[in-house]
Design a protein around this ligand. Sequence first.
Ligand code: FPP
Length: 248
Amino acid sequence: MTSLPADLNPQKIPHHIAVIMDGNGRWATSRGLPRIAGHRQGASTLKKLLRCCKDWGIKALTAYAFSTENWQRPIEEVDFLMHLFERLLRRELAQMHQEGVRISFIGDLSGLPPSLQTEMEHSMKQTLNNQAIHFTIAVNYGSRHEITKACRQLAQLVQQGKLDAATINESLVEKYLHTGETPAPDLLIRTSGEMRLSNFLLWQMAYTEMYFTDILWPDFDTEAFHQALLSYQKRDRRFGQVKTFLSA
Ligand code: FPP
């Protein structure tokens, strides 16, 4: 177990962190390795980060593992990633469950290989009541798709006479997103020098603090995470207001 570094304020630890794990391919290529070696190493980085979050009192971690656009990658890479997700779930589930991790998957899971869907459903069911940390993995996820789907579902309810359009408000829309009632991320970390959201949690990140680093995802270690949290703790979160809020 790693303890919280002394220069971090335990009162200002973000509740929920989202990560865009970018740079696996470049990490591998720069070492003369196939891109998939970067994903393998990236998975190991994610596992370490999850444990570190748990140790440091962060209650939710959401990772962008595969976007709706990622299907356009070479077929071998897509296949490798699907097998990697499935293999990791099989291998790590018991340990994560034992450590009190609640696992959720968000995205259009119906588009994934059936054997992977089965593992995902099993892991979500088994860990549903765990409390140590909520670990959400976005797979076949796209924010615009998610918001469009929520609009369609609400429109259908109105059409069926089950919902008055005048009562649609932000909290109702939120209930129809994949993230349901999970509180919004306090901090987004994106690695590899890219500074964009790439269709990730667009609604949910309206007031999220952004942290971008040039470090490639497989190299994003505990010290790099420590630096991200130091940067976060220096921010003045105002949520559009004047008064200073401290994050929970
Ligand atoms: C982005 O780097 C990374 C991905 C699209 C895949 C991320 C997946 C993992 C880290 C595996 C995680 C495993 C689980 C179980 C969630 P890139 O390939 O776009 O890198 P590049 O920009 O250097 O090409």
